[in-house]
Write a protein of this length. Sequence first.
Length: 410
Amino acid sequence: MNKKIQFQLSFMMFLEFFIWGGWFVTLSTFLPKTLNATGSETAMAFSTQSWGAIIAPFIIGLIADRYFNAERILGVLHLIGAVLMYLMYQSTDFSTFYPYVLAYMIAFMPTLALVNSISFNQMTDPGKQFSFVRVFGTIGWIIAGLLISKVFGWDSEQGVKDGLLKNTFLMTAIVSATLGVFSFTLPKTPPKVSKGEKVSLSEILGLDALKLLKDKNFLLFFISSVLICIPLAFYYQSTNLFLTEIKVEDSAFKMTFGQMSEVLFMLLLPFFFKKYGFKKTILAGMLAWTIRYLLFAFGDAGDLVFMLIIGIALHGLCYDFFFVSGQIYTDSKAGDKYKSSAQGLITLATYGVGMLIGFYIAGLISDKFLLADRTHDWQNIWIYPAGFALAVAVLFAILFKDEKIEYKDQ
């Protein structure tokens, strides 16, 4: 892979994740504070990510893999996304905002697979080369938070009062249009499947891998993966609003500490995995969710703000140790025959079904603890995902039989 292609792929990743971090992080504050959305309506908006994840395999499997170059579809989807982002920027109430965010997520979620496909197609040694390219995505997410908090101050107390958070959609629309145009200059990535070749619906959705559920250990892991997405949904849907309401300054920027820690824990994962094995690694990830939410429940914006910072910084441990080690486990159980189907099934189960349930529950609990001044009783809210994550961890610890899994870079 030459330097020019490496730069192109890195810049693509930077823009891709800048776009996601540029509006999604502060959405939980924008909806109630600017559009007066309820907790249930906020849950509906966040659930569009899950609907996008459910629909994405159809776009990739039925269109991208069969008829068009991946870089062209990436360009078209981001140009569509730019228009939808601008329409979200202009929305003044939730009823007009929701159809646009739903359409946007249906367009955006397939691009996460497309940027990977484009990258892998150009790499001679993905195991060594991909992480260096992908890290620019994390940098993009961090820069987006830095701009929102430190440069523009859109998430400051006054900025939220003045409705400045809507500018995140305008910023994202501009960057989305930029990536849309830039995508047409990327290296060609032709369709993977010939037009005449038949691809079944079960293959596209990963349903071929359902046979793996006959393995009791894999079945328990599968169920645990769905259930752990319920507390995960609380983090995405409620954290920025929580930090804003308790008056933590530069909340969008502080939330990027989670992405910074992802880089660190991704480096630590191979050592931990090899020394302690799969079961202990995934349990560490589960228990980190419980610890994080307890830190959120009992921390504050004053002397105990360090508890909130630690809770945010645990994101790398929560995410990498559970989801990345889970991908490694799935890969080892599936073998060559069901490798792609198994990963597709887990993605559909977690980001699709699990997160959909999680966002709904988070919305209900958020509304349950809504106070008269339209703020929330956050201590009681955070106890729920803390307890749920602990219950999943205990269930997994008792029922999952440890087995030796070899670490392989994903």
